[in-house]
Design a protein around this ligand. Structure first.
Ligand code: SF4
Length: 232
């Protein structure tokens, strides 16, 4: 595993739990609105030293009893074939595991679920099928995303879908198409675009977040398709 960062404590990344977040370096997407270009762009990755795994084990050993769980996000964790071993080791230390994924590797996701290595998964559904490649900036196989959606919807583990709205890129009409694709589903979260900080495409820094009313109205319209539908 290539570890690019760790947040030692968070109350918001893992629903209802106190958790640490491990940021895996490397991603197979290039979303222009990505907030973590230092985990995605090769030239940025080079500038940021990786954290040796031993440091992670030392940290987690100290936090036993204080943290409920560990969130593994990225970058994209599922691109690494040693992810199951990595998670197993964390799980053996007594922590719950939440995985954040872009859903591009359903076979890895299936393996993790079958091995009982996940307690919760959050999958980004970034765009309607037809616009997926454009929105994520990569020539990906959208069929793999569809497989991950279907896999999670079997309901073997607790999970959520989520989408970030991005001005000019992912707007109301896109959300309505995504909803047709993924619903019915237990939990769906809408996330507003944030321009603070460094974005993968710096041109987007000037774009504005959507007004609260825009998201509220949209949420009301799509809520009947989910058990829980919220704005983050
Ligand atoms: S936002 Fe996109 S580019 Fe950034 S880590 Fe997630 S999937 Fe990768």
């Amino acid at each position: 595993m290539r570890i690019g960062g760790i947040q030692k404590s968070t109350l918001i990344d893992y629903p209802g739990k106190v958790a640490a977040t491990i940021f895996v370096s490397g991603c197979n997407f290039k979303c222009p609105f990505c907030y973590n270009p230092e985990l995605v762009l090769a030239e940025e990755i080079k500038k940021h030293p990786l954290i040796p795994e031993e440091k992670i084990w030392e940290f987690l050993e100290e936090r036993k009893g204080f943290l409920d769980g560990v969130v593994i996000c990225g970058g994209e964790p599922t691109i690494y074939d040693d992810l199951p071993d990595f998670i197993e080791k964390i799980q053996e230390m007594g922590f719950l595991i939440k995985l954040d994924t872009n859903g591009s590797r359903p076979e890895m996701l299936r393996q993790l679920i079958e091995l009982n290595l996940l307690d919760y998964a959050a999958m980004d559904v970034k765009a309607p099928k037809k616009r997926y490649k454009t929105v994520v900036g990569a020539d990906i196989d959208v069929g793999q995303i569809d497989k991950s959606i279907k896999l999670l919807k079997k309901g073997v583990i607790d999970f959520e879908f989520r989408t970030t709205l991005v001005p000019g890129l992912v707007e109301k009409k896109d959300i309505l198409e995504i909803v047709k694709w993924i619903s019915p589903a237990p939990k769906y979260f809408l996330q507003n675009f944030q321009s603070q900080g460094k974005l993968l495409n710096p041109k987007l820094a000037k774009a504005k977040s959507f007004p609260d009313e825009y998201l509220e109205k949209l949420k009301e319209e799509i809520t009947p398709h989910f058990d829980v539908c919220q704005i983050r």
